[in-house]
Design a protein. Structure first.
Length: 461
């Protein structure tokens, strides 16, 4: 089906961060957009305000009549939707064109020069940072992001006449194999999604295959030290990057007074005195990758420098809800052991003299089963841990897999509390000694952030 010929697009799982970006794209194209999601959210509410028709019950009768003509309707679904979903089955039985989100994204991006960021972690911040820099350049850019960019209040950026499109390349379900990158960065390859891949080797091979999709004349910018082996077509340029070494790297790093400055060293053009708009240590690496892609795309040094310094961050990525001299409350999407470790180290760097308490909601039974020891090691970097029950997302429970597995493997001396998510605020109400609090995870506990902030404001140390 030619996308330009369709009149209606129906989304099954429209409230997901990646799905909602594509929904916004089709709304901007004047298409009728409708869909289903399991629960209302801030994202779905905003989509409704922007013109989408959304319902929250699995019910074929609630599919709008405008989306029931198979010759004019494209159906898009997320892999998180079960195969027996009533609406998906109805569309299948009636011969509709049905595509995964990644297939549609691949189709949209083949007509543009795709600047992609892949990796187990770091890809959302890096791709959003890159989009902000590219959007400040003369040509602007389009962008499909995996988080809400604070500079724009959205996960989709539209520049109608731009040849560039920035993509967060998601490895889940091998989604990034549908893309045709012109330039891509790979930030990390720590094994994840083993429910899909089965083994570490299969996970790494998936990234190798992804690099084979880079268009001739394009470039791969890969973080130094990764285990995967690139598999590049002839005519694809290979660059490395890192904090201290690589073709692109930082020198003269200065951290202090809540600011981070460094010099960007590049084979194309060095840029002195970069200031990070979001001054976290990990953003040194993220910004180097973003600046490398921007330079390879022809963006001028002064625009890059201004873009990095004016970048405001991404919702739920090390997001300060409360920041004071004596206490802070941070929400961080970290849901992989390596991400949690980096979050802990970043907090320690900012608050070396403070007691840090982490609330962690594990995401997925399979991820908990595969990495509970690694989760325990990372969480042991905090002074205290509050563990909630597992957020199941697309999964059914696995016998014997609970948050207790993580608790049992915390290092000796790290106090912990086990609870369900609805008990978290009651526990915090009874405490007045919490100095630095970080809420970790990719589940739904972030919905309690406003209430937690109020509790933190009222308590006295």
């Amino acid at each position: 089906m030619n996308i330009s010929n369709i009149k209606s697009v129906y989304f099954i799982g429209v409230g997901g961060i990646g799905m909602s970006a594509i929904a916004r794209y089709f709304l901007s194209q004047g298409k009728v957009v409708a869909g289903y999601d399991r629960t209302p959210s801030e994202l779905t509410n905003r989509l409704v305000q922007e013109g989408a028709q959304i319902h929250y019950e699995e019910d074929v009768n609630q599919i709008p009549s405008s989306c029931k003509d198979k010759d004019e309707t494209l159906v898009i679904y997320t892999p998180a939707i079960p195969s027996e979903h009533q609406e998906l089955v109805w569309f299948q039985n009636h011969g509709f064109e049905i595509q995964k989100r990644a297939q549609v994204l691949g189709t949209i991006t083949r007509s543009a020069k795709a600047l992609c960021v892949a990796g187990t972690h770091g890809k959302t911040t890096t791709s959003t940072m890159l989009a902000h820099v590219m959007n400040r350049a003369t040509d602007g850019c389009n962008a499909f992001l995996g988080g809400i960019a604070k500079n724009y209040g959205t996960n989709y950026i539209l520049s109608e006449n731009s040849p560039w499109v920035v993509i967060e390349a998601d490895e889940f379900d091998r989604s990034f194999h549908h893309l045709s990158p012109y330039i891509t960065a790979i930030t990390s390859t720590d094994p994840d999604h083993l429910d899909i891949y089965g083994t570490k080797d299969a996970y790494l091979e998936s990234f190798s295959h992804y690099t084979s999709l880079i268009q001739p004349g394009g470039s791969l910018v890969i973080h130094e030290g990764l285990e995967m082996k690139p598999c590049l077509q002839d005519g694809v340029n290979l660059y490395t990057y890192g904090r201290n070494t690589g073709d692109f790297h930082a020198e003269n790093i200065r951290i202090g007074n809540g600011e981070i400055h460094f010099d960007f060293i590049s084979p194309l053009e060095n840029i002195k005195d970069i200031e990070l708009g979001v001054p976290l240590s990990i953003n040194i690496d993220n910004s180097i990758a973003a600046m490398a892609i921007a330079q390879l795309s022809g963006v001028q040094a002064e625009i890059i420098k201004q873009g990095i310094s004016s970048f405001s961050g991404v919702d739920r990525r090390f997001d300060f809800h409360l920041k004071g001299a004596d206490r802070a409350f941070i929400c961080d999407y970290a849901h992989h052991p390596a991400e949690i470790k980096q979050s802990a180290l970043s907090i320690r760097e900012l608050y070396s003299e403070k007691r840090v308490t982490a609330i962690f909601q594990p995401h997925l039974y399979t991820r908990t089963r595969d990495f509970y020891k690694e989760f325990a090691d990372s969480l042991s970097l905090f002074d205290e841990v509050i563990l909630t029950d597992i957020y199941p997302a697309r999964e059914l429970p696995i016998p014997g897999v609970t948050s207790q597995l993580i608790a049992d493997n915390l290092k000796s001396g790290v106090p912990y509390t086990l609870c369900n998510k609805d008990e978290v605020t009651n526990i915090l109400h009874q405490r007045n000694d919490i100095e630095i609090l970080v809420l970790l995870g990719a589940g739904d506990l972030e919905s309690k952030a406003k209430e937690i902030k109020e509790i933190m404001n009222k308590s006295e140390i």
